[in-house]
Design a binder for this molecule. Structure first.
Ligand SMILES: [Zn+2]
Ligand SMILES: [Zn+2]
Length: 150
């Protein structure tokens, strides 16, 4: 399990620290079928604790996923790359979702929730994917079919 232990940041308020490490998303890989969330990713961010003991994290999250193109149905692997920004609040806080008891938080859990919330709904194999012929179903990225020739 990937954890952030931030007792140092809790002692030195408003001083920025770096975190970089692997994460194992715990969300179901099938949650976004036919797209699949990879089993390993990386998380990189800067963090600090403010005067109210709120932990601020800001950086990047990436996880290799397998996608099915929304236009041509081709399957491909790509890094899902997300800007990552979350806060964690001390336990007495009620309004927020992410809280902590000890100066440590479970990054796998936080990253999983973040991925689930920001997972793209439509993904193309490439920006200019030509898609499938509506008539014969040929993949037009591989060349023109005969349907629309005069
Ligand atoms: Zn495509
Ligand atoms: Zn065709």
């Amino acid at each position: 399990m990937s954890e952030l232990e931030f007792s140092q940041a809790l002692e030195k308020t408003n001083v920025e620290f770096d975190y970089s490490g692997k994460i194992t998303p715990s969300c179901s890989p099938e949650a976004f079928a036919p797209n699949r969330i990879g089993s390993e990713g990386t998380l990189r961010f800067k963090y600090f604790v403010d005067y109210d003991a709120v932990l601020h994290m800001k950086g990047y999250l990436s996880v290799t996923c397998s996608f099915v193109c929304d236009r041509c149905n081709a399957q491909f692997q790509r890094n899902l790359f997300l800007e990552f920004e979350e806060n964690a609040y001390p336990k007495m806080s009620e309004e927020s979702e992410i809280t902590y008891n000890m100066p440590r938080i479970n990054l796998d859990k936080i990253a999983s929730d973040y991925i689930a919330l920001h997972f793209p709904t439509k993904v193309l194999c490439r920006e200019d994917c030509k898609g499938l012929c509506p008539k014969c179903g040929a993949n037009l990225n591989e060349g023109n079919c005969n349907c629309f020739k005069n």
